[in-house]
Write a protein that binds this ligand. Structure first.
Ligand SMILES: Cc1cc2nc3c(=O)[nH]c(=O)nc-3n(C[C@H](O)[C@H](O)[C@H](O)COP(=O)(O)OP(=O)(O)OC[C@H]3O[C@@H](n4cnc5c(N)ncnc54)[C@H](O)[C@@H]3O)c2cc1C
Length: 215
């Protein structure tokens, strides 16, 4: 999300700064690895379908601009009980958005895709535009193109530091100050994780974020 936001901002001519707490290509978030599935007939809810359709366009644009192959579309097979969330949800999204699809019986699935032998009481839907993306290559392409347009990207810089003594959060670039500017604690115990205090609500935390470090 951060890399794509940086890319979109730089496309719009905005001078943007991207900040990441870990090194480039780290494996401590959600976007590392070799593949992430993309499905047009989103079974979770038909409301997502236009968002996914827009995402297909944007991934194609990114492939064209970067000259990299990022997305492989080879179709997806949704298998489950006919009235279960996956099959019923996929069909609902397909029908509400008039998306071409096929419903297969377990025998048809096995004939066409011999690796699968679904139980007799299951059903399957083919999503012809389903496929997968290379998430690390996508992030790299977003960052490289944003940088080419002048975006500044900094790694190993945590954005938000929390003072554990007074629970104040600071959007911080560069070194954390030795004293907490709020409570003046000389041992603020800076942490990147929001201190968990059930009595303090998120609104207070959000209001309390302050800026420190270099501008
Ligand atoms: C195993 C797995 C399989 C998945 N499979 C699919 C799939 O098939 N299809 C699909 O669509 N989705 C899938 N997802 C979900 C998808 O990968 C995530 O929704 C997506 O990668 C989230 O991207 P993100 O940018 O929001 O989060 P992240 O990639 O985690 O990026 C957030 C970044 O913010 C940085 N950060 C956090 N706090 C700070 C701070 N204070 N200062 C500086 N930096 C900070 C983190 O270090 C991290 O790099 C899967 C997720 C996982 C984990």
């Amino acid at each position: 999300m951060g890399a794509s936001t940086l890319y979109e901002l730089s496309r719009r001519g905005v001078r943007a700064l991207g900040i990441e707490q870990f090194a480039q290509g780290h494996d401590r978030g959600s976007s590392h690895g070799d593949s992430r599935i993309i499905r047009e007939m989103y079974f979770e809810h038909p409301l997502y379908v236009p968002l996914v359709q827009r995402a297909y366009d944007l991934w194609h644009e990114l492939e064209a601009e970067s000259g990299k192959s990022l997305m492989a579309i080879d179709g997806g097979l949704m298998i489950g009980p006919p009235d279960g969330m996956v099959v019923a949800g996929t069909l609902r999204s397909a029908r509400e958005h008039s998306i071409a699809h096929e419903v297969l019986s377990p025998d048809e699935v096995h004939r066409r895709y011999p690796a699968f032998e679904p139980q007799a009481d299951l059903s399957a839907v083919v999503d012809p535009r389903a496929g997968y993306l290379d998430p690390e290559a996508c992030t790299r392409a977003h960052i490289d193109l944003a940088r080419q347009r002048g975006a500044d990207v900094r790694y190993e810089e945590p954005v938000v530091l929390w003072c554990q003594a007074c629970e104040t959060g600071y959007a911080c670039l560069g070194q954390a100050p030795p004293l907490c500017p709020e409570c003046r604690s000389a041992e603020p115990n800076w942490t990147t994780r929001k201190p968990y205090k059930p009595s303090v609500n998120d609104a207070k935390f959000l209001r309390s974020i302050k800026i420190c470090g270099e501008p």
